[in-house]
Design a binder for this molecule. Structure first.
Ligand code: GTP
Ligand code: MG
Length: 341
């Protein structure tokens, strides 16, 4: 029996079994050990895939957190520098360190080990932003994925479609990127592979018209979740931002309350430019969440802290690789533990 559980947990860790129900289970003896098991898999994946960010941080921190290191003004300076190097912006770094400085002045946190634990706790405070469950409860739930070019919107839609289907939801893809050559085919290929229907029009069609048709189709088919793929656009282009607003308005006209989620997809490798993206997309649409992709290939994972601190918008998912199983719900504890073990 025990062995069987272990095997199942290992599979969950590899992403083969996706229904993540353990949180809903009572915290009985067995239940909690199961929970520990599957989350251990997740923690391991975060640790593996976030190794570059961790290494970047460690370059600056290793010496600081040595047992015999004394905590003084130069400790704070070096720490500040190391955090900034990992793409945590200066305001965020100061917010992280201010309470630690106060505690240090009061005679606490005099040892590197205690200091590090307190730093991790401060990071968690920033990252733990409450978020409603995904997918939203509305039926159909209409979810927009938006972002600049090439950040991973379409791939993330496929990954989300895969996750949602694994969890027993019916899904519809809406090919509202009518601008980029082959964008519709790209989504169709994913749709065929995942057995998810795709609502599309011709290349060059008005994306709002595709959204209209998509939401109507989702209603008619009683689909649980409609995932809307939008064209990559620069946040600085006024017309393209207006187009996005129009798409959202049209969705809301067909189905009051839609879109239920506006998820901004951000390529984590872009670093600080992400701040402007969140700002300007956020002016066009009320963003309900962020998705940070390509966290696997970058040392700039610290951007998660920057964005959470500056915007207080929850990070809903992280892309940890190119495969369908490589999208995980953001787990603040696992993230902090992965970058600062
Ligand atoms: N390593 C890695 N690659 C990713 C991840 N997410 C997406 N990619 C890759 O990023 C590239 C661009 O992905 P797309 O999904 O086409 O990006 P997009 O935002 O839809 O692009 P446009 O529609 O042109 O704006 C592809 O090669 C993906 O495989 C991730 O989490 N990790
Ligand atoms: Mg795309």
């Amino acid at each position: 029996m025990f062995k069987w559980f272990r095997k199942k947990e290992a599979k969950e860790a590899e992403g083969e079994v996706k229904e993540k129900a353990p949180e809903q289970e009572p915290a009985a003896e067995e239940g909690s050990s199961r929970e520990e098991g599957s989350s251990r898999g997740l923690w391991q994946k975060f640790r593996e895939r976030l190794s570059r960010t961790r290494e970047r941080l460690q370059e600056g921190l290793e010496e600081l957190f040595e047992i015999e290191r004394s905590i003084d003004e130069s400790f704070f300076e070096e720490l500040e520098e190391a955090l900034i190097t990992a793409d945590i912006n200066i305001d965020t770094v100061r917010a992280l360190l201010a309470p630690l400085r106060v505690r240090f002045m009061q005679g606490e946190l005099t040892k590197p080990k205690a200091f590090k634990a307190a730093l991790k706790a401060e990071m968690l405070k920033i990252l733990n932003i409450p978020a409603p469950p995904f997918p939203p409860e509305a039926r159909p739930a209409v979810v927009f994925l938006v972002g600049v070019n090439g950040v991973g919107k379409t791939t993330t839609i496929a990954k989300l479609g895969y996750r949602l289907k694994q969890a027993g939801h019916s899904v519809l893809f809406v090919a509202a990127d009518t601008f980029r050559a082959a964008a519709i085919e790209q989504l169709e290929t994913w749709g065929a592979r995942l057995d998810i229907p795709v609502v599309k029009q011709k290349m060059g069609a008005d994306p709002s018209s595709v959204v209209f048709e998509g939401v109507k189709a989702a209603e008619a088919r009683k689909t649980d979740v409609a995932l809307v793929d939008t064209a990559g656009r620069l946040h600085t282009k006024y017309n393209l931002m207006e187009e996005l607003k129009k798409m959202a308005r049209v969705a809301g006209k067909v189905l009051p309350g839609a879109p239920h989620e506006n998820l901004l997809v951000i390529d984590a490798t872009t670093g600080q430019n992400a701040v402007n993206q969140v700002k300007l997309f956020g002016e066009a649409l009320p963003l309900s969440g962020l998705i940070l992709t390509k966290m696997d290939g970058t040392a700039k994972g610290g951007i998660a802290l920057t964005l959470a601190y500056l915007f207080k918008i929850p990070i809903r998912f992280v892309g940890l690789g190119e495969k369908l199983e490589d999208l995980e719900e953001f787990n603040a504890e696992a993230f902090v533990d992965a970058i600062l073990p």
